[in-house]
Write a protein that binds this ligand. Structure first.
Ligand code: ATP
Length: 235
């Protein structure tokens, strides 16, 4: 497994946001984490990334225990988070935002990789010297993903990347994720757009109040009537 979290818990004061869950992502896999607001999905990703310290459990990335390591160590180990709300640097240019993604790299290939990102996202190339604040929501999401790619990840974690995007951008986003996966990048996707996430993913986990209440192959979850009734709604 590329990423393995075992018995992971995240506690804020008296709130047990994540309660002893086991999650794994294999090399080149697409795994989705579903669940209602407040189920603990963001807390899970923040713990995996190293932004919050788990109160219990272990996180192993590519065979190395990173539980007590920094976020930077995890990025260097190949795991990057595209956070909820994108969190790009709005007062910086598009190009500067992309350079931020390379802050841990010491090799000479950064400009080549950024050129490849501009090729993938022509809208970003056209706006490379503009402030990121002028980008549309969809373009900001592309920038956030572009910035993650500059770190040359083996695994990208995304926290509700489709939130607030128009249906056209959502389509583009999901097709981008498919392309990235074809290029060999594993994906851990937290989504509210349950049906699209399950159509893209190989496996899924369903969170409820910090617990994994259901897991399995995406196809199986899509066929689960109770799940469909609870989370898929009309979407
Ligand atoms: P959402 O889809 O709204 O982001 P989520 O599934 O990602 O929801 P979390 O944001 O991880 O859920 O929240 C899980 C629980 O932890 C919630 O009860 C939330 O109120 C609580 N929580 C999250 N962050 C904090 C924090 N920094 N301090 C205290 N409680 C928090």
């Amino acid at each position: 497994m590329l990423l393995e979290a075992k018995d992971l818990s995240v506690v804020y004061g008296r709130t047990r946001a994540v309660d002893g869950v086991d999650i794994s992502v294999g090399e080149g896999e697409i795994v989705t984490v579903l669940g209602a607001n407040g189920a603990g999905k963001t807390s899970l990703l923040r713990a995996l990334q190293g932004a919050v310290k788990p109160s219990r459990g272990r996180i192993v990335l590519a065979g190395r225990d990173v539980t007590n390591g920094s976020s930077a160590a995890r990025v260097a180990g190949g795991m990057v988070l595209v956070p909820e709300g994108r969190q790009i640097f709005v007062s910086m240019s598009v190009h500067e935002n992309l350079l931020m993604g390379a802050y841990l790299r010491r090799d000479g290939g950064i400009e080549t990789d950024i050129a490849a990102i501009y090729e993938r996202f022509p809208n970003l190339a056209r706006r490379r010297d503009m402030k990121a604040s002028v980008l549309s929501g969809g373009e900001q999401q592309m920038l956030a993903i572009g910035r993650a790619l500059v770190a040359r990840p083996r695994l990208i974690m995304l926290d509700e990347p489709s939130l607030g995007l128009s249906p056209l951008f959502v389509e583009q986003l999901f097709s981008l994720l498919k392309d990235l996966n074809r290029d060999g990048i594993a994906i851990l996707l937290v989504e509210q757009n349950t049906s699209m996430a399950l159509e893209l993913a190989t496996r899924g986990y369903v969170f409820e109040l910090g617990d994994v209440v259901l897991q399995g192959p995406a196809e199986e979850l899509l066929g689960n009537q109770a799940l469909v009734a609870a989370y898929l709604g009309g979407g």
